[in-house]
Design a protein around this ligand. Structure first.
Ligand code: AMP
Length: 419
């Protein structure tokens, strides 16, 4: 072990476990790539004000959880705590919204950083795959994203997750509701911090998980009763489209989520096998965000799914992903056979066959151990006598059967056998 350890709240992804993460990222991005979403990659850090303005000055993410730094040049930066603000910033900067038809559909995958109290499923460095559809107000877009996330989870084999759905209203109806809720909260017995939260963002109080707060919230005015006709109609259409796609969801009128920018549709994917950190993903519509960060009006919708928690959810359900062994053919060279087998391995790799060879001048026993450990389906073994005869021994690692194959035929034969 070295003197150093991974920083608190972080962990390393190490083979073979790390293969699960790649598979999860592929499974989540697969449906997006088939639905017109283009890949976007943004820096790991941004101007701190992008998040302060975009995510919200009163959110936990901005007030408590951001990793901020001042550069030698005096710029105030933050490691990105979430993806949406960065992706929208990048789209605006590249004028993607002017380049062609709207919406601009983008997907991304990467690392995010939040200075949170670490626990199972909650880390200071974590990984998300996200999608944003920028510049269109259309219930079908909200529905599309929810359906694609559902499809991704189902393709992975997840079953015990639920989709919670709500509408947060828009700039017409939410302020009216906000006032009614504030009046209600003003009559409750709340601690100082919660009173402050009720002043800045009263909706977030609904999200408070503490029983003593929840108890007092019985009878609180509900946004559902304040939605304007346009928001109501929009929400009904989203619900109808998801239902028609056969995707089950639950209406959750208390779902507000922790970011300020959401309007209308909000949703969360929760998994019941994860304990307190049960949200595996979430998202919603953010019609005002573009203007908040200095852009034009661009109604948009998106989600981010957590890769770490998705892997935990798979484990909680006992789902084994079908991950093929990293190596299909393993070469064991004895005596002077190394250059010939090394050449064969290179040829196999060029032909798209996952191949490896034993290194370090091991004898037959040690090299066969490597072959076993690699999980390869076949081994090719050769020593001086085989080469003198122009053959290698092809060993089926499952049956243990072994037979000589002409050196010039072995690549083609292995390709057929593995096809
Ligand atoms: P949020 O932006 O908070 O809605 O997060 C979206 C998803 O990212 C969540 O549903 C989680 O799966 C994941 N996530 C957020 N924060 C963390 C964290 N600290 N550790 C691990 N996963 C996280």
């Amino acid at each position: 072990m070295s003197t150093f350890k991974a920083p608190k709240g972080t962990y390393d992804l190490i083979p073979p476990y790390s293969a699960k993460y790649l598979a999860v990222r592929d499974a989540i991005s697969g449906p997006l790539r088939l639905s017109g979403y283009g890949y976007v990659e943004t820096p790991g850090f941004e101007d701190v004000d992008l998040f302060a303005r975009g995510v919200g000055e009163s959110t936990d993410i901005v007030t408590k959880e951001m990793y901020t730094l001042t550069t030698k040049g005096g710029a105030n930066l933050a490691l990105r705590p979430e993806g949406t603000a960065s992706v929208l910033r990048a789209a605006l900067e590249a004028n993607l919204h002017k380049a062609g038809g709207l919406p601009v559909k983008l997907w991304y995958s990467g690392s995010y950083y939040r200075y949170e109290r670490p626990q199972k499923g909650r880390y200071r460095h974590f990984s998300q795959v996200g999608a944003e559809a920028i510049g269109a107000e259309d219930p079908a877009l909200d529905a599309e994203l929810i359906i694609l996330a559902d499809q991704a989870y189902r393709t992975l084999g997840l079953r015990n997750f639920r989709i919670l759905l709500n509408s947060l209203g828009d700039k017409e109806c939410r302020p009216v509701y906000r006032e009614a809720l504030q009046a209600f909260l003003g009559g409750l017995d709340l601690d100082e911090e919660t009173v402050r939260r009720a002043e800045i963002n009263p909706l977030r109080v609904l999200d408070d998980k503490r029983a003593e707060v929840q108890k007092q919230l019985v009878g609180a005015p509900m946004l559902r009763d304040y939605l304007c006709d346009a928001c109501k109609a929009y929400h009904e259409e989203v619900r109808a489209l998801i239902t028609a796609a056969g995707v089950a969801f639950e209406d959750d009128e208390k779902l507000v989520r922790g970011l300020d920018y959401y309007t209308r549709t909000t949703f969360e994917f929760v998994h019941d096998g994860l304990g307190s950190q049960s949200a595996v993903g979430g998202g919603g519509r953010y019609d005002g965000l573009s203007e908040m960060i200095g852009g034009p009006a661009l109604p948009s919708v998106g989600w981010a799914l957590g890769v770490d928690r998705t892997v935990l959810a798979l484990e909680a359900e006992g789902v084994e992903l079908d991950i093929p062994p990293a190596t299909s053919v393993f070469a064991v060279a004895l005596g002077e056979a190394k250059p010939v087998l090394f050449g064969l391995v290179t040829e196999l790799r060029k032909a798209g066959v996952a191949a490896d060879i034993s290194y370090g001048g091991k004898g037959l026993k040690g090299a066969m151990k490597d072959a076993n450990r690699s999980g390869a389906r076949f081994a090719i073994v050769a020593g001086d006598r085989d080469l003198a005869e122009g053959v290698v021994q092809l060993k089926d690692m499952e049956s243990g059967e072994q037979s000589p194959v002409t050196v010039t035929d072995v690549v083609a034969l292995l390709r057929t056998k593995l096809a």
